[in-house]
Design a protein around this ligand. Structure first.
Ligand SMILES: Cc1cn([C@H]2C[C@H](O)[C@@H](COP(=O)(O)OP(=O)(O)OP(=O)(O)O)O2)c(=O)[nH]c1=O
Length: 199
């Protein structure tokens, strides 16, 4: 088996982000950043998602720099959240919270924002991907059955487009990988600026 030197550090505990980066053939190591994801008073969703992606990337960048005292690999951080009627769709706290979000999303359009930040020696570059997702009508019985699969528990908006949640998605305008947690088009553009190429 050939061992590749890592090209970057992924500052994320999300298995989806790992899968997506691996899908485009990048070699990376994972170092997670445990950051406070609470919105600031009056913070817009777009400002929040961008701030959290930057915070995740910078937190890991600063830790690596402090420990190693040597040139550090670029660090990629990301954050995903949804918006419906101005309200945030985040990871559900419990079944009640998931039910409340999915009931609101039933038969409606919502927006998914994923921000990506790349920390390098020249500073932090970032980009935000926006997608609009239309859900079909969902019954309460379906919400309960879906919750019981476990899939919604750790996903923004309490669903996974890459999983069983796909059955609710009538239409998607935007980035499939962005909804899943890491928009690959935008990510490769950021990486190219840092000299990391996929082809
Ligand atoms: C909408 C949607 C979200 N998600 C996931 C992507 C993210 O992992 C998660 C949103 O939570 P995030 O806080 O963005 O990420 P995370 O806590 O999983 O990982 P980390 O902060 O360490 O990077 O929801 C899906 O997997 N599929 C979907 O369709």
């Amino acid at each position: 088996m050939q061992v590749h030197a890592p090209q970057l550090i992924l500052a994320s505990a999300s298995p989806r982000r790992r899968e997506l980066l691996a899908q485009i053939g990048l070699h990376f190591v994972v170092q997670t950043a445990d950051v406070d994801e609470t919105p600031l008073p009056g913070e817009t969703p777009a400002a929040l998602v961008e701030r959290l992606a930057i915070l995740k990337a910078e937190t890991v960048w600063n830790t690596r720099r402090g420990v190693l005292h040597t040139p550090v690999l670029p660090v990629l951080g990301s954050d995903t959240l949804g918006i419906l009627n101005g309200e945030l769709l985040i990871k559900p706290r419990d079944f009640e919270h998931a039910r409340q979000m999915l009931r609101q999303m039933s038969g409606q359009h919502h927006e998914i924002l994923t921000a990506v930040a790349l920390a390098t020696t020249i500073g932090v570059q970032r980009v935000v991907s926006r997608s609009v997702v239309k859900f079909r009508a969902i019954t309460d019985a379906e919400i309960l059955a879906y919750w019981e699969t476990g899939e919604p528990h750790d996903k923004a908006g309490a669903y996974a487009i890459q999983g069983l949640g796909a059955i609710f998605v009538e239409n998607l305008q935007g980035s499939y990988s962005g909804v899943m947690g890491l928009p690959l088009f935008e990510t490769t553009q950021l990486l190219a600026v840092a000299g990391i190429h996929t082809l």
